[in-house]
Ligand binder design. Structure first.
Ligand code: BTN
Length: 264
């Protein structure tokens, strides 16, 4: 059962007409993405938000687990039914990642960068990650976008993970962070339908990119390639220059290469 949302109050959503006003906050679930995927299959409307203090089977990209102690992170998923083509669906990851950055700036005065495709980073250390999944349903496809953001705790080793409180140097309230994120997400999501919506979103993403201009290793099915990240396409795909040729990657794992060594 979800906690009484009123006790979570302070969650200053914008009233009944706000797109993300149906917030269901649970003490524990297996995975907020899984809970929302089930709702999506059962025709839940766009805008439902599932939040949890703890996940027992949180999922990361590429079949990895996402683990965090209870109450230490902002763990949430949102249900979208965007008017995007399949090729453009990566834009939903960019959207939530950018809204999460906006919220970090507003609430903690911390300005993360984005490592393509889905990581929030501070000084090369991972602050959070986004996982987008699609599910079929009677009303058509739903996109579930989940975010895990380290608030009071960061995974070890310290060189790879970081928490918002570590960087901010003061306590950060998860409800406030959530409310800010949902406000920014709504603004960015509604803007997507405008004439320049997609290009503006990708421009904002480029401006926050920790990946563009970097030497990268691109790991995907079919092999590992090394080159330089040079652009993000209007669909949110990564463009890398590899052996003098531009190649486009819709999905891959990217490692930033530091001169002479491994990177995040
Ligand atoms: C990654 O960096 O691999 C993405 C991690 C996404 C984790 C979040 S936590 C909330 C939501 N529910 C899940 O099971 N996963 C996402």
């Amino acid at each position: 059962m979800p906690d009484d949302p009123a006790t979570r109050a302070g969650l200053p959503v914008r009233g009944a007409r706000a797109l993300f006003s149906d917030v269901r906050w649970f003490a524990e679930v297996r995975s907020t993405n899984s809970v929302l995927a089930e709702l999506g299959r059962r025709a839940a409307p766009e805008g439902v938000v599932v939040v949890a203090d703890h996940q027992t089977a949180g999922r990361g990209r590429l079949g990895r687990r996402w683990e965090a102690p209870a109450g230490s992170s902002l763990l949430l998923s949102v249900l979208l039914r965007p008017a995007l083509s399949v090729a453009e669906l990566p834009l939903t990851t960019l959207l939530v990642a950018l809204a999460a950055c906006d919220a970090c700036v507003d609430v903690a005065r911390v300005s993360p960068l984005l490592k393509w495709p889905n990581d929030l980073t501070v000084a090369g250390r991972k602050l959070g990650g986004v996982l987008a999944e699609t599910v079929p349903g009677p009303d058509g496809r739903a996109v579930i976008v989940g975010l895990g953001l380290n608030v009071t705790w960061a995974p070890s080793p310290p060189a790879s993970g970081v928490s918002l409180e570590q960087v901010a140097g003061h306590p950060v309230d998860r409800s406030e962070l959530l409310a800010a994120l949902l406000r920014h997400l709504e603004d960015r999501y509604r803007a997507l339908d405008g004439r320049h919506g997609r290009s503006d979103l990708v421009a904002a993403y480029r401006a926050r990119s920790a990946t563009l201009g970097r030497a990268v290793r691109v790991e995907r099915e079919g092999g590992v390639l090394e080159g330089r990240a040079v652009d993000v396409t209007p669909e949110g795909h990564l463009v890398a220059e590899i052996a003098g040729r531009r190649r486009v990657f819709a999905a891959a794992d990217v490692i930033h290469l530091r001169p002479g060594g491994e990177g995040l």
